[in-house]
Design a protein around this ligand. Structure first.
Ligand SMILES: [Zn+2]
Length: 493
C-alpha cells in the first residue's frame, strides 16, 4: 500500500488543481500542455503565472515550519496506518495506542458535555480528532448507513488531522472538541426527529474540518499582511474558505473518499451544508448571525405555538419541514460549539484560554516585528486576560448561548450555569489582584489614588464610593465568600 505520507505529499503537490478550477480557467495545466501552437512569449508568460500560482498553493499548505516554531509532534502517518487492512484490524478507537483501556474510559463520556478532550488527545497518541470522529461514526451507525469504507474513513481522518497545524489553539484538538460538542448538541431531545442522517453526517464533517490548515493568525492579520491566502480568497472569510477548500481537496484522493457510496445528490447536499456551516464560523459575521438567529427563533416559536394549538402531542421534538431551516439551525449549532469553551468545566476552559492567548500573543509578536499595529488582545505586554475573558463572555458567548438554551429549554441550562460560574471565577481573579494591590499600596503609601485601582478593576471609574462601586465591592466580597465556584464537569444534554 502506498504510504499515507506519500499520499499526503502528493495531495499537497496536486493541490494546484484547485487553482485551475477557481482562478485559472484559461491557463490550466492541460490547456497549457495542449496548446503547442501558442506563441512562445505567451507560453512563457503562462508558465510563469502557473508556477507562481502553484507556488502560492504550496505555500498555503506548508506553513507548518515557518509560521509556528514551537516543537511539533511528529505524526507518523505511515506507521499509524500500515496495519489497517479491514475493519477487523482497525483499532477500537481508530488509532493505535498503548492506552486503549484508558481511552475507553474517557470515550464512555463521548455523549457528555465537557469530555476532557486533552486527555483524549494524550491517550490517543495525539489523534483526538480521528478517535473522536471514528467513535461517533460507529456509535451513530453512519458507517453502515452510508456504506462507508472504514479504511477510507480512517485514511481521510488521519490525513485531515495531519493538515491541522501545530498552533496552540486552532489545532486538531480544537476540531475534536468542536466535533464532540456538535455530537452532544445533536443528541438534545428537541432534535430527536429534526435532522436527516445525511444532515447529521454533514454537521459532523463540517465540525471536523472547520479550521483545518489554520495558521494561528486571524483573517484580519492575513488581509493586513497581504498574505497569499487573503489574495486567494479576496479578503472574504479567508480562513473559513481555505479550510473548506483543503478539506474537499483531500476528499478528492480516491483512498480518502469515504463518501464514495453517496449518490451525486447526497454528495451535493453534504457539500452545500458543510460550506454553509463552516463559512458561518467567521467571527466577523457574529453580529449578523445573532440577528438572523433572533428572527429565526421568533418564527420557530410562532410555529411551535401554532403546532401545539393544533396538536395535543406533548413531544417537544422540533420538526422542521424546510431544509433551509434545518441548515440554519446546524449553522447556529456549529457557531455555539465553536464558542463553547466557557460552557465547559473551569479546568478545561482555562486550558483553552491559555492556548488562545498564546496564539494571540504570537500574532502580536509578528505584528510588532513587522511594524504593524498590534491587534486587540494580541499585545503580550499589556494583556489583561481576565478582563478579556469577562468581556468575551458578556459580549459574545453568554448572549449566544442564552438564545440557544431558550430554543432547546431546559436541555442546556448546565452550559449557562458553567458560563456564569466561569465568569465569576475571572471576576474573582480581578477582585483578588485588586485586593492584593490595595494591601501593597497601604504599606507603601497611605494616599494612593483610587483611579489606579480602578484601572485594575476594569471599567469601574470612581474616586469615591458611589452606589455602583459599592455594589461591585459587595459583589466581590460575596464572590470571595463563596469561592471556589464549581461548574459541573460532565453532564448529558
Ligand atoms: Zn474553530
Amino acid at each position: 500500500m502506498t504510504s499515507l505520507i506519500e499520499k499526503s505529499n502528493s495531495l499537497r503537490d496536486s493541490f494546484d488543481q484547485l487553482a485551475d478550477h477557481q482562478q485559472m480557467n484559461h491557463t490550466s495545466t492541460d490547456q497549457h500542455s495542449n496548446h503547442s501552437n501558442q506563441q512562445p512569449q505567451e507560453q512563457k508568460e503562462q508558465q510563469q503565472l502557473l508556477q507562481s500560482w502553484n507556488g502560492t498553493m504550496r505555500a498555503i499548505l506548508t506553513p507548518r515550519s515557518s509560521i509556528w516554531r514551537e516543537s511539533t509532534q511528529h505524526r507518523d502517518l505511515d506507521r499509524f496506518i500500515k496495519n489497517i487492512k479491514s475493519m477487523d484490524t482497525i483499532p477500537r478507537f481508530g488509532t493505535e495506542t498503548p492506552h486503549e483501556a484508558k481511552l475507553a474510559e474517557l470515550m464512555d463520556n463521548i455523549d457528555a458535555w465537557g469530555l476532557n478532550i486533552f486527555d483524549v488527545h494524550n491517550y490517543s497518541q495525539s489523534h483526538s480528532l480521528t478517535s473522536v470522529m471514528y467513535t461517533i461514526f460507529k456509535k451513530r451507525n453512519l458507517i453502515e448507513t452510508f456504506r462507508i469504507s472504514p479504511q477510507k474513513l480512517i485514511n481521510y481522518l488521519v490525513t485531515l488531522e495531519s493538515h491541522y497545524l501545530d498552533v496552540p489553539y486552532h489545532c486538531s484538538i480544537h476540531a475534536a472538541d468542536v466535533t464532540q460538542a456538535i455530537h452532544v448538541l445533536l443528541l438534545i431531545p428537541s432534535f430527536e426527529n429534526t435532522f436527516t442522517d445525511l444532515e447529521i453526517l454533514a454537521a459532523l464533517f463540517a465540525a471536523a474540518i472547520h479550521d483545518v490548515d489554520h495558521p494561528g493568525v486571524t483573517n484580519q492579520y492575513l488581509i493586513n499582511s497581504d498574505n497569499e491566502l487573503a489574495l486567494m480568497y479576496n479578503d472574504t472569510s479567508v480562513l473559513e474558505n481555505h479550510s473548506l477548500a483543503v478539506a474537499f481537496k483531500l476528499l478528492q484522493n480516491e483512498d480518502c473518499d469515504f463518501i464514495e457510496n453517496l449518490s451525486d445528490e447526497q454528495r451535493k447536499i453534504l457539500r452545500q451544508i458543510s460550506i454553509d456551516m463552516v463559512l458561518a464560523t467567521d467571527m466577523s459575521k457574529h453580529g449578523a448571525i445573532m440577528q438572523t438567529i433572533q428572527s429565526f427563533h421568533q418564527s420557530l416559536k410562532a410555529k411551535q405555538c401554532k403546532d401545539s394549538n393544533s396538536n395535543s402531542s406533548t413531544n417537544d421534538s422540533l420538526v422542521l419541514t424546510e431544509q433551509k431551516e434545518r441548515v440554519q439551525l446546524l449553522r447556529e449549532m456549529l457557531h455555539c460549539a465553536d464558542l463553547s469553551n466557557p460552557t465547559k468545566h473551569l479546568s478545561i476552559y482555562t486550558q483553552w484560554v491559555d492556548r488562545i492567548m498564546d496564539e494571540f500573543h504570537y500574532q502580536g509578536d509578528r505584528e510588532r516585528s513587522a511594524g504593524m499595529p498590534i491587534s486587540p488582545m494580541c499585545n503580550r505586554r499589556t494583556a489583561d486576560i481576565e478582563m478579556a475573558q469577562i468581556g468575551f463572555i458578556q459580549a459574545i458567548v453568554e448572549p449566544l448561548w442564552q438564545m440557544w438554551a431558550q430554543l432547546v429549554y431546559p436541555h442546556c441550562q448546565q452550559m449557562l450555569d458553567n458560563i456564569d460560574s466561569n465568569r465569576q471565577w475571572y471576576e474573582y481573579q480581578i477582585s483578588n489582584r485588586s485586593s492584593r494591590n490595595n494591601t501593597s499600596d497601604k504599606t507603601t503609601s497611605q494616599s494612593h489614588d483610587s483611579k489606579e485601582q480602578d484601572k485594575l478593576k476594569g471599567n469601574q471609574s470612581t474616586s469615591s464610593e458611589t452606589p455602583s462601586s459599592s455594589n461591585s465591592s459587595k459583589r466581590r466580597t460575596r464572590l470571595l465568600e463563596h469561592w471556589p465556584f464549581r461548574a459541573n464537569n460532565t453532564q448529558k444534554c
